[in-house]
Design a protein around this ligand. Structure first.
Ligand code: ADP
Length: 258
């Protein structure tokens, strides 16, 4: 299983916001998309999830053109978790998760026992089964995020796209969600592409990072290759020190004293 983004240009009206974006992600890979505000991270996810059709370039899943898939076929392969997961209706958490089965159901077909079992499994995987009967309007931001990820998994996708899944969450949920995404790549073989704001969290959990700058990929590779003090100075304009954790050799970034 390979996801391939090939030479993608995307526009809002006449303004080009992505240019020549090229990368591949393999089955079981957790790819973090990082970059400054306005660099095109959300737009990149929109282009992959077909909300914004690339004007140039293609997106391929195992060699098949994703942009030409029928909607249901697309939703059986790709699930997206948007930045804003607020839901204003008092659906139960289980109802929300069951909506993930829609791409697998015929028109007017009701969910079967099997669909409910798949939803239950997703909620157990994301550690939110105990919330099944609760109205989503009453959940905390972190609980709601787990439910929305469970809905995405209930689609049984091959690729999971997430836009800043940990923003606005406390450190406990940040870690829980990043560990969950990691587990989903390792145990379920999912390709996860997530926009991650926090460079340190991205370094700890992602296999590789794509650093966006002004709509182009400025660096792509391991955390050592991407999270250099030079890159962070050049692209974010920030003076930082990049150190390594002695136990794991992971990068961590601290502001440099001026
Ligand atoms: P990021 O996610 O890295 O913060 P975005 O992908 O949201 O960046 O935005 C990239 C660029 O596209 C920015 O210059 C932003 O102002 C512009 N942009 C984003 N959404 C729209 C839109 N709906 N219409 C026009 N321009 C947009």
């Amino acid at each position: 299983m390979t996801l391939e983004i090939k030479g993608v240009d995307a526009y809002y009206g006449s303004v080009k916001v992505l240019e020549g974006v090229d990368f591949k992600a393999q089955q079981g890979e957790f790819l973090g998309v990082v970059g400054p505000n306005g660099s095109g991270k959300t737009t990149l996810l929109r282009a992959v999830s077909r909300i914004l059709k690339p004007r140039v370039g293609t997106v391929l899943l195992n060699g098949s053109n994703v942009l030409e898939m029928k909607d249901k076929e697309f939703s059986r392969n790709f699930a997206a978790v948007p930045q804003d997961t607020t839901i204003n209706f008092e659906f139960s958490a289980l109802d929300i998760v069951l909506m993930g089965r829609n791409p697998h159901l015929g028109r007017l077909e009701l969910e079967s026992e099997r669909d409910i079992e798949i939803a239950r499994r997703s909620m157990k995987l994301t550690n939110c089964w105990h919330l099944a009967e609760r109205p989503v309007t009453e959940l905390s931001g972190g609980e709601r995020q787990l439910v929305i990820i469970a809905r995405a998994l209930t689609q049984q996708p091959k690729v999971l796209l997430l836009d800043e899944p940990t923003s606005h969450l406390d450190i406990n949920y940040q870690i829980e969600i990043m560990q969950l995404l990691r587990r989903l790549t390792l145990d379920e073989g999912l390709i996860v592409v997530a926009v991650i704001h926090d460079l340190n969290l991205a370094a700890i959990f992602c296999d590789r990072l794509a650093l966006l700058h002004k709509g182009r990929i400025a660096a792509l590779g391991t955390q050592e290759e991407v999270l250099t003090a030079e890159n962070i100075k050049r692209i974010f304009g920030a003076n930082v020190v990049v150190s390594r954790l002695p136990q794991t050799n992971q990068c961590y970034i601290l502001p440099a004293k001026t």
